[in-house]
Ligand binder design. Structure first.
Ligand SMILES: [Zn+2]
Length: 402
């Protein structure tokens, strides 16, 4: 078997960079032990990474014999990744450093953005006001409800936005537009998929291999990570658990028109609709509605509890199928009152008993999807398997000859 030397070097470069990221502060010998590659190779790669600015030396470490080792860390400010979360009502943009720490963030409404050009101009303005230097941008990640990369047989084009969030941009391959505009690579992904990637690479689940992220906001979705990468399924719709049927007798009506879907009830739109049907005027902020629900006021209490209890059933079903080590939750549902997460956790643990599955809130709060979008960029910096996939797609000859 022969692997091209330049490819092998690039693969090892990614592995070394990731070993430094994971170890936080490591010596060249630590990397050599972890990756089982020769010391001269490690030293050569580390020297190149320091020259290029990705890695920095940060003093000396403990030692017992010989010279003290020089310690290395990622140089987080050497470049930025941009993450763009396009939701049904607003667009959230973050710039993050190489460790996915948010440097700047901005939010705008989608209301008056009519065309893709207007969207790009709005993002331009946001990046300027965030102080982003375009020459330091590594890449752009975009996340939104809907499918990034539909099945080849589907009439939908890759990069297509969900028609519910922005019908005016429907069928626009946004990642291609952003690449053309900024001259850097761009990736587009479903919002919950991006969020699960952010959590498993940089969030509260970095030690996990298998993870589920449940995103409950105006809509409902889940992202599934298997072995550190997004699990997309055959048709690129894995994790669309809003359409999991949880009530055989129907009763709740989802926008997909199937009876009994989780997506008919277990999100903010569902809660609003239920409250409206019970005669409530919903002009006020949802914060007040949830605060009253948390204190037991009716009908708010029963409506919110019903939505949360259905969500718990959906999460339990996902746990049965995926067997994740953790479940992370994010989205507007959990930012309105702590009572929601508390009740959800109680219900999920009751269903899972005697097993206990940690159910945690996203490490990135309101930026969960935007940081996840930026992680689409950072994953290509650290994940050597992404390099293999990219290279295999682009070279004419087989990468590995047997
Ligand atoms: Zn449905």
């Amino acid at each position: 078997m022969r692997v091209e030397a330049s490819i092998l070097r690039k693969l090892n470069e990614r592995r070394v960079l990731n070993a430094i990221r994971v170890g936080k502060t490591v010596s060249r010998a630590d990397i050599q032990r972890k990756l089982s590659i020769t010391m001269p190779t490690v030293s050569k790669i580390v020297d190149e990474l320091i020259t290029q600015g990705w890695v920095m030396e940060v003093g000396t470490g403990d030692f017992t014999l010989g010279r003290p080792p020089v310690m290395l860390e990622i140089n987080p400010s050497s470049a930025v990744a941009i993450g763009i979360d396009i939701g049904r009502f607003c667009i959230r943009v973050v710039s993050v450093n190489l460790l996915a720490q948010v440097i700047a963030q901005k939010e705008t409404s989608v209301e008056d953005i009519g065309t893709v050009d207007e969207l790009l101009s709005r993002v331009d303005l946001m990046l300027v006001s965030m102080g982003v230097d375009p020459s330091g941008v590594l890449g752009i990640g975009i996340a939104s409800p809907g499918s990034r990369n539909p099945h080849p047989d589907s009439p939908q084009r890759p990069g297509t936005l969900d028609e519910h969030i922005a019908h005016r941009w429907h069928r626009a391959a946004l990642d291609e537009y952003f690449t053309r505009r900024y001259g850097v690579p761009s990736w587009m992904e479903n919002d919950a998929n991006a969020a699960v990637l952010g959590e498993i690479w940089f969030g509260s689940a970095q030690s996990c291999n298998h993870l589920v992220f449940v995103f409950a906001d105006e809509g409902l979705g889940a992202g599934i990570a298997v072995n550190g990468s997004i699990y997309t399924g055959e048709s690129n719709v894995a994790g669309e658990f809003a359409h999991m049927i949880v009530n055989l007798d129907g009763g709740i009506q989802c926008e997909c028109k199937r009876p009994g879907c989780l997506g008919g009830v277990a999100h903010l739109r569902g809660i609003r609709e239920e409250l409206r049907q019970s005669g409530m005027d919903l002009e006020e902020e949802l914060f007040s509605v949830f605060a009253r629900g948390a204190s037991g006021h009716e009908p708010e209490y029963s409506v919110i509890c019903r939505a949360v209890d259905y969500l718990a059933i959906g999460i339990f079903n996902l746990i049965q199928v995926i067997d994740p080590s953790h479940v992370i939750v994010g989205g507007g549902m959990f930012r309105l009152d702590p009572f929601v997460l508390k009740r959800l956790n109680e219900r999920v643990q009751e269903l899972c008993y005697p097993k206990r599955i940690p159910l945690l809130e996203s490490s990135f709060g309101v930026n969960a999807v935007a940081v996840g979008a930026a992680t689409l960029v950072l994953q290509h910096l650290y994940d050597h398997t992404k390099l293999v996939n990219l290279t295999v797609e682009r070279v004419d000859e087989p990468l590995v000859r047997l």
